[in-house]
Design a protein around this ligand. Structure first.
Ligand SMILES: [Zn+2]
Length: 509
């Protein structure tokens, strides 16, 4: 069974989960569920980044210790992931003892292999607490960080451990040549290639004044104990995850899912750290885009927010998951609007799939007492499914999550058309039993294929539909090859009561 170790960015524990976090987790969960359907042995890791100045500051404002503060935040994130059906296998927290020991171990491995990969250097620069990074002039606008215009940059002067990133320029250039798919989508790859051409500067690996973090394992020549720089602490979570009790994580990861704002950390610093420690490279990094509300990016600092609970409550978690993945391309940016959410819900789910399921299953109940006739799959609808299924699988394998949903809904449209063309009620009236059997069985097969196709997007609705179709076993145990081309003859179906109920009053926005 091929292994598929999938990770997302660990979320910074200084506030509540927002739409940006949700989009990333829903997308990664869709991939995890698809790989399970494919038969992979999936290990899906998500978690929290709990160290750093920003967290300590937020805890101070809340009047609690940083640990108590992050405990509370982690709980809120996990509750949100439960509501959204995020099927994580492991939730890592960088304040865990195993992670902290792992970070120190990784740093010691680098010292052991290349003693001068770390060196001490006095440094002065403008530091953005929002980014937890020193900012070059090119990323400063009007004296402020371009990404965090509400924060004041701090002039920081200290003597730190530095990591000799510049040494890994040739290695990284070669990595991108050797693994052309290392960073996807293509637009992001070009950014990093540009960065590599410009040349890499060494980076700070420790901070001197600040203590909410992992102690850097070696004191400076002046005997000062320092704290591991937050990115040197956060990135190794993918590597330290296997140390947690019960974890089946196994390095290297097959896929890191991250936001496009942190590609530099994941595609330059992280591979260089791994190379320095003599560890294998992750197979692929996928950098998704941003989701905007009325053209503005969701972020704590900019105050642009959508109540996640309200969005989930509107039509249920599955409809929200579907909307995000169908509306926003997984390789680019997109927008959230309540109007569009409702439009899609009504058109795609209530009138599309919901209507197809309720009409088809109602006719099976009415004309065949719910028993699916045994027929050979030779109808035009079967032909359409046979053409659509491989295209869907190819899109999902390529992580084109919007494409996968689009292709699945081609089959929904085709099946609704098939009902009109065959008019089973007329066949029943005319006593054309064989033709009626053909049409009803084709619809049952088609609904089964659709159940499997929507499973990565809408796991609860897929389980519900599977139950109404009378399919054997739990829906999570389905395998793509057999379930997508089902033998449904003899199944006992039940008409669903409101799979996707229509909103009674259109929402005013
Ligand atoms: Zn910043």
């Amino acid at each position: 069974m091929p292994r598929f170790f999938l990770t997302t960015a660990i979320d910074y524990a200084n506030g509540d989960p927002h739409l940006g976090h949700a989009f990333e987790k829903v997308g990664a969960d869709c991939i995890a569920r698809w790989r399970r359907l494919r038969g992979d042995d999936v290990w899906f890791l998500i978690g929290m980044d709990e160290h750093g100045q920003k967290v300590a500051q937020a805890a101070a404002v809340a009047g609690v210790t940083p640990q108590a503060f992050t405990d509370r935040i982690a709980e809120r994130f996990e509750a949100t992931w439960d509501r959204l059906g995020i099927s994580r296998d492991q939730f890592i927290r960088t304040t865990s003892a195993e992670h902290k020991a792992g970070v120190q171990d990784l740093i010691e491995r680098i010292f052991a292999r290349n003693p001068d990969d770390f060196y001490e250097r006095a440094y002065e620069g403008l530091y953005c607490v929002g980014c937890e990074a020193f900012k070059p002039d090119s990323e400063i606008v009007d004296g402020r960080c371009a990404l965090h215009p509400t924060r004041t940059l701090e002039r920081v002067q200290e003597r730190n451990w530095f990591f000799r990133l510049s040494r890994y320029q040739a290695f990284l250039t070669d990595l991108f040549a050797r693994q052309p798919d290392f960073l996807r989508p293509e637009s992001r790859r070009n950014e990093i290639l540009g960065l590599l051409r410009e040349g890499l500067e060494d980076i700070s690996a420790s901070r001197s004044r600040f203590s909410w973090g992992v102690p850097f394992p070696r004191a400076t020549s002046q005997g000062e104990e320092q704290t591991t720089y937050v990115w040197f602490d956060a990135l190794p979570n993918y590597w330290t995850a296997s140390r947690a009790p019960g974890s089946r994580a196994q390095w290297p990861a097959q896929l890191h899912v991250i936001g496009k704002d942190i590609t530099r950390f994941h595609c330059v610093i992280w591979p260089a750290m791994l190379a320095a420690a003599g560890e294998p490279m992750p197979e692929q990094v996928w950098a998704h885009g941003f989701i905007y509300l009325g053209g503005e990016r969701f972020s704590k600092s900019a105050g642009v927010k959508l109540d996640l609970g309200e969005a989930i409550d509107r039509f249920g978690a599955d409809a929200f998951r579907y909307f995000l993945l169908r509306e926003v391309p997984w390789d680019g940016d997109g927008n959230f609007s309540w109007e569009r959410f409702e439009e899609r819900y009504v058109a795609d789910l209530a009138d599309g799939l919901g209507n197809l399921a309720s009409r088809s299953l109602a006719m099976l109940e009415k004309y065949r007492a719910g028993r699916v006739p045994r027929t050979d799959p030779g109808t035009p609808l079967d032909a359409a499914a046979a053409e659509i299924l491989p295209r869907y699988a190819a899109a999902m394998d390529a992580l084109d999550l919007r494409g996968g949903a689009e292709i699945a809904w081609e089959l929904v449209a085709r099946a609704n058309g098939y009902i009109v063309e065959t008019a089973p009620w007329a066949l029943a009236k005319a006593g054309q039993d064989e033709a009626l059997d053909q049409a009803l069985a084709a619809l049952a097969r088609c609904l089964t294929s659709l159940t499997v196709m929507i499973l990565p997007y809408m796991p609860e609705k897929a389980a519900e539909l599977w139950g109404h179709l009378g399919g054997p076993g739990p829906v999570q145990a389905l395998a793509w090859e057999s379930a997508s081309r089902p033998a449904v003859g003899g199944w006992l179906v039940r008409k669903p009561a409101g799979l996707f109920p229509k909103p009674e009053v259109p929402r005013a926005t």
